[in-house]
Write a protein that binds this ligand. Structure first.
Ligand SMILES: NC(=O)c1ccc[n+]([C@@H]2O[C@H](COP(=O)([O-])OP(=O)(O)OC[C@H]3O[C@@H](n4cnc5c(N)ncnc54)[C@H](OP(=O)(O)O)[C@@H]3O)[C@@H](O)[C@H]2O)c1
Length: 323
């Protein structure tokens, strides 16, 4: 089968398009004929071997992952003897970053727990945009952030996957006062996603605006924790899904102390992959979830598409067509 092959941490230019053996499912695995995949932050980290924790997970000097690609959708081709939830011809999607990656290829074998049934009305491209970003947004807003419909919500890094899906999830939960912070190029998409107010991070610093929020969801944590505290209302919460490693460590260690002394919460989302997908499938089927996509690009264009992603030039989730 055709695949994008990773052999060194050399960035997108080090990737090769090549032929590898088609995988065979074990008793507990599902063989999926991949139709589409999406570029994810994990893939960008994996091809460069940075931040450093990527090397702790994927190999210190050389990547153990042979084929990147964290989010994919496709059709079940075969199942192992012990698989109970799926059968050939089922349309599926999932985040496969916890079972070895491999989405930038024509086939992959994964455990059934990594797969979700795709609603008929959802396209394969749309399905690849959901598992990672939507799960982060839902778990960040609902579970960790405990979003209250009457509260004032701000999402930082609002024009990306988590932000555009997050605004729609928040609206479906009744929130109305939603501000998004990102680059001005993303404002049109952000307004379509449901942001009532938009701020350009290159011109304004939301932590110095004088506005206060009940909940802040951040995809880009890059400031000292105290800057977030000053724009939180009493009892408010700041929830991050990712960002600068040093800042995340500060939040991890200082968060409990800050809560004790101020009553405000600073928390990090530890993603539970492929959970809550029934909620998201149902939101999609009710017409409450619009996905913003770029592409699709053919498999051979993965290196170029990854470079666009890394340079922040993409608008929406970057989709790869693998068939
Ligand atoms: N918690 C977990 O378990 C877990 C697991 C995996 C990944 N993650 C994290 O999840 C996040 C991915 O979020 P995503 O998919 O929404 O990312 P994304 O699609 O790349 O979106 C991020 C957005 O933030 C914007 N941005 C860049 N710099 C900014 C700044 N200084 N202030 C405000 N916005 C800025 C980007 O715009 P530009 O075009 O201008 O750059 C982009 O539109 C990453 O932080 C990743 O590390 C978390």
């Amino acid at each position: 089968m055709k695949a994008i092959i990773l052999s060194q941490y050399e960035g997108p230019d080090g990737l090769k398009v090549g032929e590898v053996d088609k995988p065979q499912p074990t008793d507990t695995q599902v063989l999926v004929r991949i139709k589409a995949a999406a570029i994810n932050d994990w893939d960008w980290g994996l091809v460069r071997g940075t931040p450093f924790y990527i090397r702790l997970l994927a190999g210190l000097f050389r990547p153990r992952v042979q084929i990147p690609g964290a989010e994919m959708s496709g059709v079940v081709e075969a199942v192992g003897k012990g698989v109970t939830r799926f059968q050939p011809d089922d349309a599926v999607y999932g985040d496969i970053s916890e079972c070895g990656f491999g989405g930038f290829a024509q086939y992959v074998c994964v455990p059934e727990t990594a797969l979700i049934r795709k609603p008929e009305t959802m396209t394969f491209e749309e399905a690849t945009a959901i598992p990672h970003a939507a799960a982060l947004a839902l778990q960040g807003l609902r579970d960790v952030g405990q979003l209250q419909p009457e509260g004032k919500l701000l999402i930082n890094g609002a024009g990306g996957g988590v932000g555009t899906i997050g605004a729609q999830i928040a609206r479906s939960m009744g929130a109305e006062d939603i501000t998004g912070v990102d680059h001005g190029d993303k404002f049109a998409v952000m307004r379509q996603a449901g942001f009532g107010a938009v701020l350009d991070y290159t011109r304004e610093d939301f932590t110095a605006s004088g506005q206060r929020y009940d909940l802040i969801l951040d995809t880009k944590t890059n400031r000292p924790p105290f800057r977030y505290l000053r724009v939180l209302k009493p009892g408010g919460a700041y929830v991050t899904v990712g960002g600068n490693t040093g800042r995340l460590l500060q939040i991890f260690f200082l968060g409990p102390l800050i809560r004790f002394f101020t009553g405000k919460r600073l928390s990090i989302v530890a993603l539970k992959t492929n959970q809550d997908m029934d909620f998201l499938n149902s939101l999609y089927e009710k017409g409450g979830l619009k996905l913003f996509l770029e592409g699709p690009y053919p498999l051979v264009e993965v290196p170029g598409a990854l470079s666009r992603f890394g340079a922040g030039k993409h608008l929406g989730k970057v989709i790869i067509r693998t068939d």
